[in-house]
Design a protein around this ligand. Structure first.
Ligand SMILES: *Cc1c(COP(=O)(O)O)cnc(C)c1O
Length: 467
């Protein structure tokens, strides 16, 4: 029986996987979730203890895509996606002592956890578009970190053209080169003479321009896309299985959180039958979720820059999916709450529902000073170099861990070499780039510099797409 997808706001059409993949956001402004959570077969977790990652991934995700994609095609795309990772376990566990392990999600092409989802989603997009005989143009803005994962996911895919805007001269050389040294014909880097906010405003304006949007078939692969969440469910199952969940041993997870997509995937794994006893969310100074867990009220504030820039967010969009489950799938209630939040920047859940959340969810805020102290401490204690995002997760794990007899897995979302300045400041060691990127600073770059002007960017894209 195939999974179908419903919107958290209840007023968008029910879709199958392929349509949800291409749609992203639901038409009523909600997010798509499965109409029912499939469950793992009996004995599956015990088998996963030793199975290769890609085989587990195919099995775990199959119920979500069945009916939309041919089984052999799907298995081939999954195998291909995870062959781009340079560790045989894809997402290896590393023991930090004291029942704490690190789940390393950064062995993909761009050294950050977004590769786990995007390497598969790029392939799924291309496959479905090709089957339909369609093409899309993906346009996105990056402050340096997420653009490269999107570019690596879309490069050389016949059905996709991708344009990534970054603020000219305001991203680190490594971050820029991870994008601009991809010389594929369908990849276009635009360095905008402005800030990251300017880049985001330009992208929003392009999406708001209906004739343009239709003319170039504008699309996005952002973090609210269900397929990204789906791909992230897998490593929770893999990590738990490796730690003995097949024999019923529960596991706790700590997740450095921005948009809530990553940790919501953990919730999905739990609903599928993975015995997860606690979720800890770590935030930096931009702590909207931690404040919400304390008070039951979500209040939007301004964004402050931190050492962990990929978590510098104002709103955690994917939280809406958990809210939907918390309120027993009452889409009307979710719509009310989300509309209040949209208009006033404030939303509250009642004490009973907050108490339900507190049974399994905890959150901690880790500021920059503590982040540096954690990087330093774990280098000394365990000989590991943590990037600042991963350090926030570890700090939250230590602070919120409830049961020391339950293994705690903290998610490492970026390779330390991706944030070398912070790591060097904390430890005195500048982490080297892995072998696959060792010659990054010598590679040829290609990008166009454009003024901060909607006309300039639109004309540039139109010009490149016109045959
Ligand atoms: C995107 C990102 C995060 C936050 O992930 P969410 O799914 O938005 O919670 C954390 N760390 C790194 C390195 C990231 O790139």
């Amino acid at each position: 029986m195939a999974v179908h997808y419903v919107s958290t706001r209840g007023a968008a059409p029910v879709l199958d996987f392929a349509d949800v993949l291409l749609a992203g956001l639901a038409r009523d402004g909600g997010l798509y979730v499965p109409d029912a959570w499939p469950t793992l077969a009996p004995g599956a977790l015990a088998r996963y203890a030793t199975m290769p990652y890609a085989e587990i991934a195919t099995e775990v995700m199959w119920p979500f895509v069945a009916g939309s994609i041919d089984e052999a095609d799907f298995a081939a795309m999954v195998a291909d996606a995870y062959a781009t990772f340079d560790h045989p376990d894809v997402t290896p566990l590393r023991d930090l002592g004291g029942g704490l392990s690190l789940l390393e999600l950064f062995h993909g092409p761009t050294l950050a956890f977004k590769d786990v989802a995007l390497q598969l989603v790029g392939r799924l997009f291309d496959h479905e578009l090709s089957r339909r005989g369609e093409k899309v143009t993906i346009v996105g803005a990056t402050s340096g970190d997420t653009g490269s994962a999107a570019i690596e996911a879309c490069r050389d895919r016949a059905a996709i053209e991708i344009f990534i805007l970054h603020p000219h001269g305001r991203v680190s050389e490594v971050q820029r080169r991870q994008m601009t040294t991809v010389l594929s014909g369908n990849v276009h880097n635009l360095a905008v003479e402005g800030t990251f906010d300017d880049c985001q405003d330009l992208v929003k304006a392009l999406f708001a321009d209906e004739p343009f949007r239709d003319r170039v078939r504008l699309s996005a692969v952002n973090s609210i896309n269900w397929a990204r969440v789906m791909a992230q469910i897998v490593y929770y199952a893999v990590a738990a299985a490796r730690l003995g969940a097949g024999a019923g041993t529960p596991v706790a997870f700590s997740v450095p959180t921005g948009n809530f997509g990553n940790v919501f995937a953990g919730y999905g794994a739990q609903r599928m039958g993975v015995p997860i006893s606690q979720f800890v969310i770590g935030s930096n100074r931009n702590d909207i979720l931690t404040r919400f867990l304390e008070s039951g009220t979500m209040v939007q504030e301004g964004v402050e820059p931190t050492l962990s820039p990929s978590m510098d967010i104002q709103v955690s969009s994917n939280f809406e999916r958990l809210l939907f489950e918390l309120y027993g799938r009452d889409a009307d209630r979710v719509s009310e709450l989300m509309l209040a939040f949209r208009s006033d920047g404030v939303m509250s859940v009642d004490p009973e529902h907050l108490a339900v959340l507190h049974e399994q969810w905890a959150g901690a805020r880790v500021d920059d000073e503590e982040t540096v102290a954690i990087i330093k401490a774990f280098h000394r204690r365990a000989g590991v170099l943590l990037d600042p995002h991963s350090a926030v997760g570890v700090g939250a794990a230590e602070r919120c861990r409830r049961d020391p007899s339950v293994p705690m897995v903290s998610l490492a979302t970026a390779h330390p070499a991706k944030f070398p300045d912070a790591v060097e400041a904390a430890t005195g060691i500048r982490p080297p780039l892995p072998a696959r990127l060792a010659d990054l600073l010598e590679r040829e770059e290609r990008y166009d510099v454009l003024p901060n002007s909607l006309d300039a960017v639109r004309n540039h894209i139109d010009g490149l797409l016109r045959p």
